[in-house]
Design a protein around this ligand. Structure first.
Ligand code: LMR
Length: 331
């Protein structure tokens, strides 16, 4: 009795975990680094990926998650991935600009009406193709993840585009985002995510943009007296690995990892909106910042001010990608 209880689980374990344990090989290690907090769409996605891998590929693959720029930050994470010092990242799509201009389509203000439209586009072939445009540069796209629609925070309310004039805004490094603020007569200051709070607190910049989950988890509302709800764009991610590392994983294990990634990506997309709504309510309940809502006319004025950027960037992005993106709204 005692013997069978001990041996049965071990036999089962060896069967489930395949060769790695049986052959005494060390598990494949995936270090997953990111720049946000754990209780955000991306942070939760990374932890769910770790959990499912450890349940389904125990002994074969081990995942270590490093949130909050604790292993690598915006300044060096993509370089680290290309050198295989880290095996998984999920940078915002804005951060791939040095490697491909086509992903700039996701930064164009007011191009997508809402997160559902973004998700529909991410399922289209043109968008799926973009996952593999950086392989030659050692960046292998595995999936899209979502966060939420971006709002504008500042030290004053911004009901009209002209209200942003003269202010300096922290941006992610992206030519589209820089052009967005230049079009407003404002200054765009690219800074790593981890430096945003300090820059706002110290006053070197007076505003920024982002989804509610990033405002809440970074406590940006404590240093920004107003958040204008513009929904002018969104933050989305590409889950990426190093292509040499990824294809070195034995086929069966890789197929299982890719199935897990599909499941996790679906969950991240399904829960992103909910997490942002939760964080919106928490920020408003905390009362440190005032919400500025736009009337339909104000929203239209913001949109009219930003729309010319679509044409400016169409050539770099590609007319085919732009056309595909413009068919996903339900207007
Ligand atoms: C930012 O830099 O604002 C974002 O890309 C951070 C993130 O990963 O959501």
């Amino acid at each position: 009795m005692f013997k069978s209880l001990l041996t049965l689980p071990l036999t089962a374990l060896l069967l489930v975990t395949g060769t790695a344990l049986a052959e005494g090989k060390a598990p494949i290690l995936i270090k997953f680094s990111h720049v946000v907090a754990e209780d955000t769409p991306k942070g939760k996605g990374a932890l769910l990926f770790k959990k499912l891998v450890e349940e389904r590929l125990a002994g074969e693959v081990k995942v270590e998650v490093y949130p909050n720029s604790t292993l690598f930050g915006d300044a060096n994470e993509l370089e680290a991935l290309r050198n295989n010092e880290v095996q998984m990242l999920a940078p915002s799509l804005s951060k791939f600009e040095p490697f491909t201009k086509q992903l700039q389509v996701f930064d164009l203000p007011f191009l997508f009406d809402d997160l559902e439209a973004v998700k529909r586009f991410q399922k289209r072939e043109k968008s799926r193709d973009l996952l593999r445009t950086m392989t030659a540069q050692n960046i292998y796209g595995l999936a899209y993840w979502n966060n939420g629609m971006k709002q504008l925070s500042a030290n004053r309310p911004l009901p009209k585009p002209a209200d942003a004039k003269g202010l300096a805004f922290r941006i992610q490094p992206s030519a589209v985002l820089a052009a967005q603020f230049t079009a407003l007569g404002a200054k765009a200051v690219p800074l790593p995510f981890a430096e945003t709070f300090k820059a706002l607190q110290g006053g070197s910049v007076q505003g920024t943009e982002g989804p509610w989950s990033n405002f809440a988890s970074q406590k940006l509302d404590s240093v920004q007296p107003y958040i204008t709800e513009t929904n002018h764009g969104s933050i989305n991610y590409m889950l990426v690995s190093n292509p040499k590392f990824w294809t070195s994983i034995p086929y069966k294990t890789r197929t299982e990892l890719e199935a897990i990634i599909e499941e996790v990506s679906q969950r991240v997309g399904d829960e992103a909106e909910q997490i942002n709504q939760r964080d919106r309510e928490a920020v408003l309940a905390a009362g440190r910042t005032k919400l500025v809502s736009l009337s339909a006319d104000e929203h239209a004025a913001w949109r009219a001010q930003m729309e010319p950027l679509w044409k400016t960037f169409e050539k770099e992005i590609g007319a085919d990608v732009m056309r595909a993106a413009q068919t996903v709204n339900r207007r």
